[in-house]
Design a protein around this ligand. Structure first.
Ligand code: GTP
Ligand code: MG
Length: 173
């Protein structure tokens, strides 16, 4: 009942973007269902999950949207971004080209969304430290230059996955 303060609900839309195969879908499945798929297929179109968390004893719901990194499989761009108040921009720490693409993803975000949205730069696959291609410092520096939060995650071993989403959701709230 929206006329009461108690039990009032909040629903926030958060989008995940980044090149194909950086691990967007696995970050979402790890966060929402604690699942990881080592053989996941490229996303076609758009998928979303609704996740509830409690902040200051209020129920906060985040609707987290995931689409394809590959242009030919992507959902209608304007619809994907419409109403989003948070974003995770993901690259793969073992693949430098995916880090270079961050600039392009940020441009697209700026075209479709308000600049006040909560944005988190995510260096995923931190478990692949032995074949790291982008240093922690480079990630931090880019985030600082662009005014983004920054975190490294692993959807495989779960490191920082919950934290990445919850920092963004908290910031929105
Ligand atoms: P598109 O849907 O094509 O845009 O790709 P995506 O960004 O959703 O990537 P997806 O989650 O499908 O993962 C791509 C591949 O990377 C899969 O084989 C995953 O198992 C693997 N992967 C995802 N996250 C991690 C991670 O944290 N560590 C490792 N080692 N592999 C990962
Ligand atoms: Mg996907």
């Amino acid at each position: 009942d929206s006329s009461e303060d108690e039990g009032e609900e909040y629903l926030f839309k958060v989008v995940i973007i980044g090149d194909s195969a950086v691990g967007k879908s696995n970050l979402l499945s790890r966060y929402a269902r604690n699942e990881f798929n080592p053989h996941s297929k490229s996303t076609i179109g758009v998928e979303f999950q609704t996740q509830t968390m409690e902040i200051d004893s209020k129920e906060v719901k985040a609707q987290i949207w995931d689409t394809a990194g590959q242009e030919r499989f992507r959902a209608v761009t304007s619809a994907y971004y419409r109403g989003a108040v948070g974003a995770l921009i993901v690259y793969d720490i073992s693949r430098r080209t995916s880090f270079h693409s961050v600039a392009r993803w940020l441009e697209e975000l700026k075209t479709h969304c308000d600049t006040t949205m909560a944005r988190m730069l995510v260096g995923n696959k931190s478990d692949l430290a032995n074949i790291r291609d982008v240093s922690l410092e480079e990630g931090k520096d880019l985030a600082e230059a662009e005014g983004l939060f920054f975190i490294e995650t692993s959807a495989l071993d779960s490191t920082n996955v919950k934290k990445a989403f919850e920092i963004v959701i908290r910031e929105i709230y």
